[in-house]
Design a protein around this ligand. Sequence first.
Ligand code: NAD
Ligand code: UD1
Length: 303
Amino acid sequence: MRALVTGGAGFIGSHLVEALVARGDAVTVLDDFSTGHAENLAAVRADIRLVRGSVTEPADVAAAAAGADVIFHQAAVASVPRSVEEPAHTHAVNVGGTVQILDAARRLGVRRVILACSAAVYGDRSDAAREDDAPHPESPYAVEKLAAEHYLRMWPSIYGTETVSLRYFNVFGPRQDPASPYSGVVSVFVDRLRKGLPVTIYGDGEQTRDFVAVADVVRANLCAADVPDARGLVCNIARGQATTINALYGALADLLGGPAAAHGPARAGDVRRSLAEVSRARALLGFEAQVSVRDGLARLLAG
Ligand code: NAD
Ligand code: UD1
């Protein structure tokens, strides 16, 4: 397979690139290095074609997508709080970039586009979220991911391109960048505990997330590339288990040692409860998460 991974220098994208290279696929990466890093691709740099550019630029997208069979569209501004602060910018990348990818796919005859969508589309939930439930996006980021997914849903019937939208829940693992104020919670907590710095939990810490290891998310993408029927498919990618942020911090503080966390104000746009129903991914993709949160955290700390 000839694959394009947009955002391939990022956290999830770089793990996906490694897996594709390992199975013998020809891989191109399109990345603007806004949050990605060249070091993330160090192990495979000689085996891939790298296009430095933006998914919002038609010429960059065309150069990267030429000859691809499948596009794994990971590039996005991945942060909820950043979308609250810069909604016009995140819309341009997260929605505009997705339309550029789909448009290039139809013009260049790319067979399939797979989107890194998000659990954020569901908003706050009192029960496990199913793919057919009505979405309730509560941040610009969530609206953007839902809009991008709607494009993928209607695209096959008009243009014939196959599409799959994977609604990742909260992904964690090696190479998740802790350095920005917008970084994912696991990377921030691990980084600060290791440095002996205090951690802040936003709100009361009883908000929940369905954490899933990056190795499982990579496998879900490979399943989505191989599944025979992919005409607007939408699947949750998660473990189907809720963990509170207090419990996450407790588990990491047990493993690394650390003081009690301080609490700050809840973040605007923060979802309170997030949990996935995972049976559709099992039925339609043959995908089931294999790495427990505890094992995933242990692997992360060992690495
Ligand atoms: P990341 O920031 O590490 O990766 C995003 C990559 O996209 C980076 O390499 C960045 O440089 C690149 N990028 C950003 N804007 C670009 C542009 N205009 N043109 C080209 N490249 C651009 O984030 P991640 O956590 O690896 O997220 C990957 C994808 O998964 C994103 O689409 C994100 O919304 C989605 N997602 C992530 C999570 C999670 O928990 N990490 C959960 C749900 C969905
Ligand atoms: C994350 C992803 C987003 C994805 C979504 C799917 C990142 C940066 N964001 O958003 O791309 O679409 O999951 O569900 O990967 N928190 C603290 N202290 C901190 C940092 C965070 O208490 O120092 C809390 C937050 O307030 C939030 C929870 O931890 O309640 C998770 O935050 P975060 O890791 O930023 O992820 P989401 O906003 O859920």
